[in-house]
Design a protein around this ligand. Structure first.
Ligand code: GLP
Length: 326
């Protein structure tokens, strides 16, 4: 797996190796990261305005995009960013869900964004959680058509659930899935229960844009903050493409930007075991971390580790470093 080359010193040297199958940008914290995303969205809105054209935004809910919306509101209020040329499509909504309910995504979007900017109400689209069941299939088909009629989504904002869901596309969702009614995963309902009176009040279903609908967006920002997202982010970005982690389908999209804070990036190889990625600035802490890692990996006590163990697990640089320091 590892690519080795003979350096001029004669030592075997590990080249930089990229484990990430999507471009990732890691920020010190989620505030900085959110500002970066908001500025990119604002730039795209303004560019379209200059050309006299509209822009189609795919919007997400959950705690992740809140600071992006706050920054967009600030840009509107303090820097004159207009939303008059914006057409929006939201990813999902619980089902059933009255619009005015505390937990509705309709309410969320108005509270965090729409009520504070000059977007035209007729340009806002949020899946309707109030329709009778028998009308849902036609409604979902219509939602897809409306996106297409608007010219397709230019920028799609996404969070990620701990199940690896995007929108409400839970494990098992297929790659070309369209907007449709879905059942929520147990873990998703558990995570959502903080917003409801009790876990039992979390709806069992939702209407969501599909993986296929999301895939049609021209640019996708996948955002994640916090350590609780680190494991699923690693799987989505470094793992195999699998329906068990629907976000991993994004690896096939030509223009996805993953935006993380440091905690959400913790499980990425370059952060967790940077020696495997070939980018090591050997501090005492990192040396300890690497040696413990090697001991666990080989199942050997630290004092029994051999040069071969170090070499075979991408830690030859460490032996060289230590040898040079004596
Ligand atoms: C919900 C939303 C998703 C969102 C996810 C993550 O399930 N339907 O679109 O990405 O939550 O939530 P949070 O951003 O609060 O972690």
């Amino acid at each position: 797996m590892k690519i080795k080359e003979k350096a001029s010193t004669g030592y075997l040297k590990y080249e930089l190796k990229n484990f990430e199958k999507l471009p990732v940008k890691i920020w010190e914290d989620s505030v900085e990261a959110s500002r970066h995303v908001a500025r990119s969205v604002a730039l795209a809105i303004r560019q379209r305005q200059q050309d006299g054209e509209h822009i189609v935004l795919g919007l997400a809910t959950g705690s992740t995009p809140i600071k992006v919306y706050e920054e967009l509101v600030r840009l509107h209020k303090e820097e004159g960013l207009s939303f008059q040329n914006v057409i929006s499509f939201n990813l999902d909504e619980y089902y059933p869900m009255p619009k005015e309910a505390q937990q509705s995504y309709w309410r969320f979007m108005h509270e965090y964004l729409f009520d504070h900017v000059d977007i035209l109400p007729e340009n806002i689209h949020i899946p309707d959680g109030t329709l009778p069941m028998e009308k849902i299939a036609d409604y979902c088909e219509e939602y897809e058509k409306l996106i297409d009629l608007a010219g397709g989504i230019d920028i799609q904002l996404l969070g990620i659930g701990r199940t690896g869901h995007i929108g409400f596309n839970e494990p098992g969702a297929w790659e070309t899935s369209p907007t449709r009614m879905v059942r929520l995963d147990h873990l998703t309902r558990h995570d959502a229960s903080k917003d409801f009176q009790s876990g039992d009040d979390v709806p069992y279903r939702a209407i969501t844009m599909g993986v296929g609908s999301i895939f049609k967006a021209r640019t996708v920002y996948l955002m994640a903050w916090g350590q609780h997202k680190a494991r699923i982010i690693q799987q989505a970005i470094e793992g195999e493409i699998t329906t068990s982690v629907p976000a991993s389908f994004l690896q096939k999209h030509p223009n996805v930007k993953v935006v993380l804070d440091k905690s959400a990036a913790e499980e990425l190889t370059k952060m967790k075991s940077p020696w495997l990625a070939g980018i090591c600035n050997w501090t005492d802490d990192l040396i300890c971390k690497a040696v413990v890692w090697l001991s666990q990996k080989t199942g050997k006590p630290i004092l029994k580790l051999t040069d071969e163990d170090y070499n075979e697990h991408g830690l030859s640089d460490l032996i060289i470093e230590q040898a040079n320091s004596y």
